[in-house]
Design a protein around this ligand. Structure first.
Ligand code: MRU
Length: 359
């Protein structure tokens, strides 16, 4: 996707052929900056503090991180240690484990002296695959937006968090149908949940949509139900960090409440995902998916920008109070209208998922 008319990805192989460059998402939308990650430890830090975030992008970053660990020590022991460090950075997005498993499995038949080159190349392949997967998710989702638009009408989509191109290698998952609808001339407008506490909607999704020219309005996280009651939302499109084998959907905290409101108002609620986001080993999302608890500071404080351009963190809660910060929740499959994958749109159920080829 483009920033000021120039095509960018949020991650790319560095010119030195042994490290990786990222867009640093911690300062967006107030300041745009890139950062070179030169070691596995730097890749792990970037995932932990959310310089990169979003399930598919976390996976690709971890793949490059494991490759850089093998550059510095190609032994099995070093690979296992790096796997453990990277895997511990964020517990909820299954794409992280999927990516680490894919690199590790490829190393089993690779001589130690060839491991770095092979792993680094495979991380690049995984990045390119993600772009194509998301393009296809968009093509399938576009059919729903075309239907909703009918004969030239406006389509109002509500989305939560950032499942945009910044969360993937390109296109995004939930935003891919939106970008493709916009490019096709459909009059699409997006309600962007601000997505407290980290404001991925107000900061990242809004910034992306603005760069592409897509009409959008930032709303508070509590506004969606009201808009649905008044017929202002045609469909919801969200991303996910993990889908169970039975179709439960884990995504950014607050997704569940939006699905409840959509269900109560007969608004279709679709989840966009690449098939590596399916955790075939897990059946009951509420009982089995580990939910990341992040720092209370994310709830108690918020980043903003002064007119001087300086980015400042302000406390927005009563001094002396603490906070809890569960970062994800689980939407039961019964509240999900369908899963939009690169292989097509399927039911959020064991039978629906069974038709998919496993990656
Ligand atoms: O905590 P984040 O910003 O990594 O959470 C991201 C989300 O919840 C996304 O919806 C999900 O990872 C899908 S990204 C295509």
């Amino acid at each position: 996707m483009k920033i000021d008319g120039v095509a960018w990805r949020p991650i790319w192989a560095a010119e030195d052929g042994e490290s990786v460059e990222i867009i640093d998402q911690t300062t967006l939308p107030f300041a745009f900056g890139t950062k070179r990650l030169t070691t596995m430890a730097e890749a792990a830090e970037a995932i932990s503090v959310m310089r990169v975030r979003g399930a598919p992008l976390i996976g690709v970053t971890a793949a490059y991180g494991l490759a850089m660990a093998l550059r510095d020590d190609p032994s099995d022991a070093a690979m296992m240690a790096a796997y453990g460090t990277l895997h511990a950075t964020r517990p909820t997005a299954i794409n992280l484990r999927w990516a680490l498993d894919r690199i590790s499995a490829a190393m089993a038949d690779t001589a130690p002296e060839d491991r770095f080159t092979a792993a680094y190349a495979l991380a690049g392949v995984m990045a390119d695959e993600d772009v194509e997967i998301n393009r296809r998710i968009g093509a399938h989702g576009l059919t729903l937006l075309r239907e909703a638009a009918g004969q030239g009408g406006r389509v109002n989509v509500l989305t939560h968090c950032n499942a945009g191109w910044l969360a993937t290698v390109d296109w995004g998952t939930a935003t891919s149908p939106i970008y493709q609808a916009y490019d096709e001339g459909i009059d699409v407008h997006v309600w962007v949940d601000e997505t407290r506490p980290r404001n991925q909607g107000a900061f990242l999704t809004a910034w992306e949509l603005h760069q592409h020219g897509v009409s959008h309005s930032i709303i508070t996280d509590n506004a969606g139900g009201h808009l649905m009651q008044h017929g202002e939302v045609d469909l919801c499109l969200v991303g996910t960090d993990r889908v169970t084998a039975t179709g439960d959907v884990c995504n950014k905290i607050g997704t569940y409440l939006k699905a409840l409101a959509a269900h109560d108002n007969d608004v279709p609620f679709y989840v966009c995902l690449p098939t590596p986001t399916i955790d075939w080993r897990v059946r009951d999302g509420i009982a089995e998916i580990p939910i990341e608890n992040r720092s209370p500071d994310e709830v108690l404080c918020v980043d903003g920008v002064l007119s001087s351009g300086e980015i400042v963190r302000s406390r927005i809660a009563s001094p002396g109070s603490n906070a809890a910060n569960p970062a994800f929740d689980v939407t039961p499959a019964r509240l999900v209208s369908g899963l939009i994958t690169e292989q097509g749109i399927v039911d959020a159920s064991e039978a629906g998922l069974a038709v998919l080829n496993r990656m």
